[in-house]
Design a protein around this ligand. Sequence first.
Ligand code: PGA
Ligand code: MN
Length: 459
Amino acid sequence: MLHAGMTVARINFSHGEHATHAETVQMLREVARTEGKVLALLADLQGPKLRLGHVKAGGMQLALGDEIVLTPHPGQPAMIQLPHPDLIAAVSPGSRLVIGDGEVEFAVAEKQGDTLRCIVTVPGLLGSRKGVSAPGADLAISSITPKDRTDLGMVCELDFDYVALSFVRTAEDVIELRRLMKETGCDIPIIAKIEKSEAIAHLEEIRDVADGMMVARGDLGIDMPAQEVPLLQKRIISCCNEVGKPVITATQMLQSMVEHPRPTRAEASDVANAILDGTDAVMLSNETATGSYPVESVLMMKQIAENIEPAFPYDTWRNKRQSIAPNSASTTEAISAAACSVAEQVGARAIVATTTSGYSARQIARHRPPIAIMAVSPSAKTQRRLALVWGVDCLLVPTFLHTDEMLQVTMQALEPFNLHANDTVVITAGVPFGLSGKTNMIQVQSIDAEKGLSLADDI
Ligand code: PGA
Ligand code: MN
């Protein structure tokens, strides 16, 4: 999968045990190291995902109009366990209960104490431990469950590059996770998974406190009508693009490849369209977790991306970049936007962002310049974290203190570009070097014919 194009691996804490997660992480790091690839690791906390208890082996085939009784108590014959009294309390006759990704659905007919009598409205096979959601029900439970807190300890210990929080409702949920991490002494960028209607209502506030977002279309399409998901996807993506925070588009992207070696044409279009919308990353779930064609799925995604990128609406994004309002940008933002314009105008082969935290590289990528972006950073963490960001490759370099050293590492970063005499590159940096968040310089360098292939070092 690494060779096929995987750049981030998600470990889903909804499944598996701590011991197996530790093994997986160790294996992924080892493989990335031996293969000389950059791989970021994303831990995905389950959040308040409510699940049914066990259903008989092989599942239960339900027909339209069948009656089902749900109870919070285990071991009741003729009933199915729904071990979430708070969910039962929050629904009433007429409420919908959507099972899994919507393959089965019940309508609550009657509530007697803590048991629910339901009627099957969407027939299908009911499996064990399937997710249950009650669209529109207001559950008074925190987005961070006791299980998430325990899992967070492991996430910090294993030093993940990103942590995703499921079922975020408000900015408070993200702030709470950050506070919990601080208590543990760790500081991992947070991806807010947008999969609840409440989160849609608080999108900008959540974006401002998170480090990125996920368009979690699976659960979002349950909590809200599926026909609204396409436009919501565009809104969530542009909300992140506006500020240069990475956004992931997830779920069912190549769903049919779970069982088939080729995607449907609709799926191929979906991946391409997410990229045209401005997503930083496209994600696979079942396709690579349980499917029969994990490597083929990754490769297909990469090939779709490579085919659509030349047709990206770079002109539209250039216009957006050039219409940044006066007094609205920080120095780094202004320098990053200007670097894109300068690079286009001089016909540069690449933009090289020297960066400690990765912030300037994200700000450059945010404008989607039609020119390669190379980040150079002394931080391996930054290098991995940038794997989630659109169009950025990052080279790990020794810390530099002087301009000569900077030019040296820049030349190293440009090796894959096969530069010729008079080729031009645009470099952004912060002077003095080595401080985070201080990008204040653009430099245009051309390749010196006389000195062999080195950058002309007169500044
Ligand atoms: P999940 O999140 O795969 O963890 O459920 C993504 C989604 O809901 O789309
Ligand atoms: Mn989800």
